[in-house]
Design a protein around this ligand. Sequence first.
Ligand SMILES: C[S@@+](CC[C@H](N)C(=O)[O-])C[C@H]1O[C@@H](n2cnc3c(N)ncnc32)[C@H](O)[C@@H]1O
Length: 267
Amino acid sequence: MTGQVVVAADERSLADVEEMFGAVGEWQLLRSDRWVARYEVRDEALATKLTAKLRNAGHPAVVGPPDEARAVAWEKRNRPTPVGGRAEVCFPWIGSTAEIVIEIDPGVGFGTGDHPSTRLLLEELSSNITGNESVLDVGCGSGVLTIASVYFGADRAIGIDINTAGLQAAETNARRNRVSDRTEFFATPLNEICGNYDVVVANIHENILREMANDLVVRLAPNGWIGLSGVSPGQLSRLRGAFPQIIFEEPRTMEDWSALIGRRQIE
Ligand SMILES: C[S@@+](CC[C@H](N)C(=O)[O-])C[C@H]1O[C@@H](n2cnc3c(N)ncnc32)[C@H](O)[C@@H]1O
């Protein structure tokens, strides 16, 4: 049995990785300034240890499939997530030929982009952002929705979360995707966030969405739209009931998950 470490690097970090391994890697260019190497090591335990060491040093790394039998399942788990026909969300160590490639390494934050509740909102952001919007992403996890908003044309996006370790991953992902100048991440509670936003998205449990309902609506600009996800089809009517100020469109559904997209009632 052997082990494998898969590690991604850019031109600056590539030499660091080789130094850590004490071996020159066979680097494959994935896209502009993104390289990947696969290091074969003695066994899986060593692969896990080296991967952890690389990750602690800030390098996006993952344990690769130890043998061909498990390669298919590994490739499936690591497949890019297509969004709107022009974009893909993928791990930094995975190739993509999409027009827009958003690299997400969630670390301890939630969200690789492939969960249906995330995908429902990614699709909405891809098709409904028209340009220059401000976006508030409540429960941003890895920052996937915050970062995608900017890629799809938003002027700036803010992500908030109660998981501070996850917020660090979000910041790293923003840097990796070169959108740090247009994204910010805070542990600030929603009710302390100032101002209002053209787009408010939240992919959180339904009970939390209901608890937050008023604070979410207060932060929505008069002509803005809100996207709520992370709920099952059976929870939709209760969720709608918590947002009497919003007129919702037909629910969006993917697998066993649903999302609501809405705008303020005109008074
Ligand atoms: C299902 S994850 C969504 C992550 C990411 N937005 C995505 O779509 O992949 C929900 C996130 O909400 C965060 N969360 C839970 N309660 C929260 C609260 N009251 N305020 C802010 N974030 C919260 C969790 O820490 C978690 O990161």
